[in-house]
Design a protein around this ligand. Structure first.
Ligand code: AKG
Length: 260
């Protein structure tokens, strides 16, 4: 489903943007279901906590940013359940990592207008570490997302370094140390996107995004899919790890003794 060039870019750069993967009608349905789920079940916060805020925001904005995150929207809306199996989405992931893929998560990300929260440089790996590279994050755009609304920015090729050490702890969301990784001195590629575009990126890819300073919402959704041969770090492989198979078939292997 993806072109050779797109697949090559993903493996070379750690990310690829696929335009119009969702139709306008699909994005509209998901966008309105997102608003409904968030307004009935969600709540606003300042976004990720942590000392990184001092290095990414002027003092008067540090505690005033706005964010709405919501995990598992399929607990509330069937449209969000169906999309886990969205044919073009799953086929794209299969083109990148192979025919068998398991769904891992869906999380709604909304950056409200004006001071929608930034995200510091980080990999997604420390949020859900698995024991292999076959983990693809998919950022589905439900609004046009130009640079000024805080589009995703990626350090090309950074996925090749594998997992990096992050600042972690109860005081902060995992992030890369700001003296070594900061947009002032690490070059990143801006990836503005339109409604329906999807950015696929390796969970090892270093990325960040800036404040939404526009007057429009910046709604997006992150899906995570992985190959069935990888398990959460530290998990006993003799225990079940039965994430939904969204594409292909999970073959039984000696090292993979999941029971139902
Ligand atoms: O939505 C964004 O701008 C960035 C989100 C992000 O960093 C992530 O999904 O890990």
């Amino acid at each position: 489903m993806l072109t050779e060039n797109q697949i090559e870019s993903y493996h070379r750069d750690g990310y690829v943007k696929v335009e119009s993967l969702f139709t306008n009608e699909e994005a509209e349905e998901l966008g309105s279901e997102m608003i409904r789920v968030i307004s009935e079940w969600g709540s606003e916060s300042i976004g990720w906590h942590g000392p990184w805020r001092d290095m990414y925001l002027p003092e008067n904005e540090r505690q005033n940013t706005k964010a709405v995150f919501m995990h598992n929207p399929h607990f509330y809306s069937a449209a969000w359940g169906r999309v886990i199996f969205h044919t073009r989405l799953v086929e794209a992931v299969q083109s990148l990592v192979g025919s068998s893929v398991q769904w891992h998560h869906t999380v709604l990300h909304a950056k409200p207008p004006e001071l929608g929260t930034p995200f510091p440089m980080h990999q997604d790996y420390p949020f859900y570490p698995h024991d292999g590279p076959g983990f693809v994050d998919c950022l589905v755009h439900l609004d046009d997302t130009p640079l000024e609304s805080g589009c995703l920015q990626v350090v090309p090729g950074s996925h090749k370094n594998g997992p990096l050490e992050h600042i972690t702890g109860s005081h902060t969301a995992p992030h890369l140390p700001t003296d070594k990784y900061h947009p002032d001195f690490i070059e990143t590629v801006e990836i503005p996107a339109k409604v329906g575009d999807v950015i696929f990126f390796s969970y090892y890819a270093v990325h960040w995004s800036n404040v939404n300073r526009s007057e429009e919402w910046r709604r997006s959704v992150r899906f995570g899919y992985h190959t069935p041969d990888i398990y959460p770090v530290g998990k006993d492989r003799n225990e079940p790890y039965n994430n939904i198979v969204a594409g292909g078939f999970k073959e039984k292997k000696e090292t993979n003794t999941d029971l139902t």
